[in-house]
Design a binder for this molecule. Structure first.
Ligand SMILES: Nc1ncnc2c1ncn2[C@@H]1O[C@H](COP(=O)(O)OP(=O)(O)OP(=O)(O)O)[C@@H](O)[C@H]1O
Length: 352
């Protein structure tokens, strides 16, 4: 399969500290990738290296099979044909919307510029806003114009670093969908950095979790959620808990009793931590397995309950919004694991 962006064992050092550590990932043309991870894990540093602002200390960054960064190559940022929208983006306040969008394509012919501005404004649903100034636009509109400005020259790759972080959650979700749609329409490959998992799930074809400069997994959002290959990914992505259990004779023994599942049929005997998502727990008043409601959070369409099991371990479960359960109530539960994800307990290294 062809790749547009390829990172091969990239390490980056800043002021003598290794910030990114032998990181590899690739993106196919037109794909949207998303990097998640806690603050300070090196996401921005990596994006800046792809853009050409940070040199790599070892490894290679290639665009369309052309090496643009290595310890012997450093192609200038302006020669990489990369569009950028970083956290501290700002539109030029003294320029109109149209002038802002034209900024990177001023060497195009007048008619091509006009055509491109028109096309982009239609795509971002802001046709008619050409003559407005940035202060006459809402935050979300400004963000869309900034994106149009970055996309105008048709970059081969778009880098987005927390582009919606200043907006409220509802607007972020709408914009995430809009931006995905726009990037797909323009067939532009993109790499996005975000703290927000919903944003990553809404936008990404491929997503990954970074910790301390390393990329722990690089998969579809579905696989990251359902089949994490590392406890830190399981802990970071989605809501869920890791419970202790023991795999014995290809069955899982835990507070839920004995569970048989295809995913552990070939597993050796060992103590494990296994992942329990809210969607693995089914409330069923007729079930013999009981749990106690020890907390609940209203989420509009549903409640998210914290349930205590017989061994005092706690799990999360979802219940309908219109029939809330009381704190302290005893409820029947079933477990229904689509995937049973287990980790060797002796290797578990969850942060506090
Ligand atoms: N110019 C620099 N010199 C030395 N260290 C730096 C420099 N820039 C960043 N760092 C350090 O590199 C680490 C990673 O920073 P980076 O901004 O890449 O993290 P991040 O994952 O993007 O965080 P956030 O999500 O908070 O934006 C941090 O510990 C930071 O202090």
């Amino acid at each position: 399969m062809s790749t547009l962006l390829n990172l091969e064992s990239v390490s980056i050092e800043l002021s003598g500290n290794r910030i990114v550590d032998q990181l590899s990932l690739s993106l196919a043309p037109g794909d949207i990738g998303c990097l998640l991870g806690p603050s300070g894990c090196g996401k921005t540093t990596l994006l800046r290296a792809i853009a050409g602002f940070n040199p790599v200390s070892s490894g290679k960054i290639s665009l369309h099979d052309k090496v643009v960064s290595s310890n012997s190559t450093q192609l200038a940022t302006e020669k990489r044909n990369i569009g950028m929208m970083f956290q501290d983006f700002s539109l030029f306040p003294h320029l109109t919307v149209e002038q802002n969008i034209r900024f990177g394509i001023e060497d195009w012919s007048q008619s091509e510029q006009e055509q491109r501005v028109k096309e982009l404004l239609l795509r971002i649903d802001l046709n008619g806003y050409q003559k407005r100034y940035p202060h006459e636009l809402s935050g979300g509109q400004q963000q869309r114009i900034a994106l149009a400005r970055a996309l105008a020259p048709r970059p081969q790759l778009m880098l987005l670093d927390e582009p919606f972080s200043s907006l409220d959650a509802e607007l972020r979700e709408i914009l995430a969908h809009d931006v995905r749609h726009l990037l797909k329409e323009e067939n532009i490959t993109a790499l996005l950095v975000t703290h927000d998992q919903q944003e990553a799930f809404a936008m990404a074809d491929k997503a990954g979790v970074m910790y301390s400069g390393q990329l722990l997994q690089w998969e579809t959002p579905y696989e990251l959620y359902h089949e994490p290959t590392h406890e830190l990914v399981a802990d970071f992505i989605g809501r869920g808990v890791l419970l202790q259990g023991e795999v014995k004779d290809h069955k899982l023994h835990s507070a839920f009793g004995v569970i048989e599942h295809d995913d552990i049929k070939k597993h050796p005997n060992m103590l494990v931590n296994f992942l329990v998502r809210p969607d693995d727990i089914v409330l069923n008043k007729d079930s013999a397995m009981k749990a106690i409601v020890v907390g609940k959070g209203f989420r509009g369409s549903h409640y998210l309950y914290t349930l205590e099991l017989s061994d005092t371990s706690r799990v999360l479960a979802v219940g309908p919004s219109h029939q809330p359960l009381d704190d302290g109530a005893t409820v029947g539960i079933d477990v229904d694991f689509d995937h049973l994800v287990v980790f060797d307990a002796s290797l578990c290294e969850l942060p506090d």
